[in-house]
Design a protein around this ligand. Structure first.
Ligand code: IPD
Ligand code: MG
Length: 317
């Protein structure tokens, strides 16, 4: 029946996420395998690889290798393609919050999403140390365990808590922009800034109304795919941090205004026209929020820096 499309896959994803979470909870293998390449600090352990193998192995066994595609963080690190096609595709982060996992910081998640025709059909985020199963199917609402969840109804940025993360890139110019953005948002002022150390969990915190927004530049599709469905189904909004064309239209408007001596109008035009673009899973730039007003207000403060798309062609060596 049409309404139960992908139900079997969804139920299976919930079961696999639970199984993977149990493996993470019991894992003794926290030794860092890969840590630093040039200016990034991106930890990987044997557990990340083991858990991904368990998840993809179980999915292939259940649904067959030929018809379904897989984008997994550790497989992509080993050179597998990261391209979303129209085929049914699983997007997997086996251990989101690897740094937390290594240090025993208590937020670690398994993130599994499923897309068909490039559209996300469902997402499952298992916050395995808290034992909370966040899940959502397109058009069917979002849940934490058996309870329906919804985003917060706060509309005033000054009454909000915002999450952001500094990510894995440690190049000074990027870190400067990240902290400058955080400073500007903190000084709006907002009630607080937070960060759990896992993008997937951060998105679930937006979905259940504990915070108003989470944004980051530099995240990957496997960090946010499942969370994106959960935020949307909880009534929230997803945007790219940059509405490029809108910004450039704005530049033309500024030039025209300057030529015609309309400078007093400039500030208003600028405020009205800077806004996010459509959410793009592969762009590595995302704002998730309870509503557009909060999202737009945050986007106004974000200092954008380049991050190579997840689906960028692999450079030949
Ligand atoms: O490496 P990983 O722990 O799976 O994922 C990371 C986490 O989601 C972190 O919160 C975010 O700031 C980084 O950008 C991600 O790479
Ligand atoms: Mg991750």
């Amino acid at each position: 029946m049409a309404e139960d499309l992908w139900k079997k896959e969804y139920d299976f994803a919930v079961a696999v996420a639970r199984k993977a979470g149990a493996v993470i909870r019991e894992a003794g293998e926290k030794e860092i395998k890969v840590c630093t390449k040039s200016s990034t600090v991106d930890l990987v352990t044997k557990t990340d690889e083991r858990v991904e193998k368990i998840i993809i192995g179980s999915l292939k066994e259940e649904f067959g290798e030929g018809t379904h595609c897989f984008i997994g963080e550790e497989s992509v690190a080993k050179g597998e393609p990261c391209i979303l096609t129209d085929k049914p595709t699983w997007i997997i982060d086996p251990v989101d919050g690897t740094t937390n996992f290594v240090h025993g910081f208590p937020f670690v998640a398994v993130s599994i999403a499923f897309a068909v025709n490039k559209e996300l059909e469902f997402g499952v985020v298992y916050s395995c140390l808290e034992d909370k199963m966040y899940k959502a199917r397109r058009g069917k609402g979002a849940f934490c365990d058996d309870d329906r969840i919804t985003v917060s109804d706060v509309e005033e940025i000054k009454k909000s808590i915002i999450i952001s993360e500094h990510g894995t890139d440690r190049s000074p110019e990027k870190v400067k922009k990240i902290f400058s953005t955080m400073q500007k948002i903190l000084c709006i002022p907002v009630h607080g800034l937070r960060g759990s150390g896992t993008a997937a969990t951060n998105m679930c915190l937006v979905a259940c109304g504990a915070v108003e927004a989470f944004f980051e530049i530099g995240i990957h599709c496997w960090d946010i795919a499942a969370g994106a469905v959960i935020v949307k189904e909880a009534g929230g909004i997803l945007l790219d941090v940059d509405g490029m064309s809108i910004r450039s239209v704005n530049c033309v408007a500024i030039n025209q205004a300057l030529c015609f001596g309309e400078t007093p109008l400039l500030k208003n035009r600028l405020c009205l026209t800077i806004q996010g673009g459509p959410f793009d899973l592969m762009s590595r730039r995302m704002v998730s929020a309870n509503n557009k007003k909060i999202a737009d207000r945050i986007i106004k403060e974000i200092e954008i820096f380049p991050a190579e798309r997840d689906d960028a062609p692999i450079q030949k060596k």
